[in-house]
Design a protein around this ligand. Sequence first.
Ligand SMILES: [Zn+2]
Length: 311
Amino acid sequence: MLPFKLVYHERYDLNLGTHVFPSQKFRLIAEQLRHDKIAGDEDFLRPTQAADEDLLRVHTGDWVRKLKTGTLTASEVMKLEIPYSPELVEAVWLATGGAILAAQCALRDGFGCNLGGGFHHAYPGHGEGFCAIHDVAVAIRRMQADGAIRKAMIVDTDVHHGNGSAAIFANDPSVFTLSIHQESNYPAHKPPSTLDLDLADRVEDDEYLDILIPAVERAIGEFAPDMLFYVGGADPYREDQLGGLMLTKVGLKQRDRQVFEAARKRNIPVVTALAGGYARHVADTVRIHVNTIIAAREVAEAFPSAAAARS
Ligand SMILES: [Zn+2]
């Protein structure tokens, strides 16, 4: 049994068929965790769809209505880069409900892991790059509205810049956005995060960790967030089809573990979301995401938190 909950729903699948986004990965990750005996029935929680009221703390009424009624323009669908379907909308609303639930779990357990989401390219009024609704931003706003947290930090390790997060929280001193990404990659326009770590092409494990970990330590120390949201992309992997970095599976797990340690040492609850992963072999993407959960378990066991000790 895990010392925290995994949030998952079988309808997280974005219904994309043979698209480069392997939308079956959500199911495969949940299955792998069970198969490897890392998690059993008691470890999983099923989210409900987020309320529109929660989405509207981040998104425009116009964008939410267009998604719900299937009235996106052709150019809006093109920007989204995935085909529109009612199943997509259901999946995105569920993943956002999952982000909120994972954040609530993290408050109680120290960790809360959503086996979906991390849609960091979504803007308030439009979607981009496979991301229609910014699940993590919605969860942050909901936690703030509930008075559960005041300050949040996003640590975004997807190989692509977290442009949606940067835009949404641009003028908000209560949210610190950190993005480490390949500079020459998508998106072309990168609005500034609080801290952007722009990497050259083909960076390897050691250089990556030497840049990321001290920056995370410093940012956490200075900003002192009440909650850390980890957008743990699998796409810095060396065999990713949409990435140009050279990280190994071992390096990626190290990355997850060291970020979690930095938060956990200061008793900061951590919420994880998956984000991108487009490895040539989908099994690699699944393994990298599964390793994030294993890293969380290792850190939870190595650093028992005040939150966990209270329960
Ligand atoms: Zn990505």
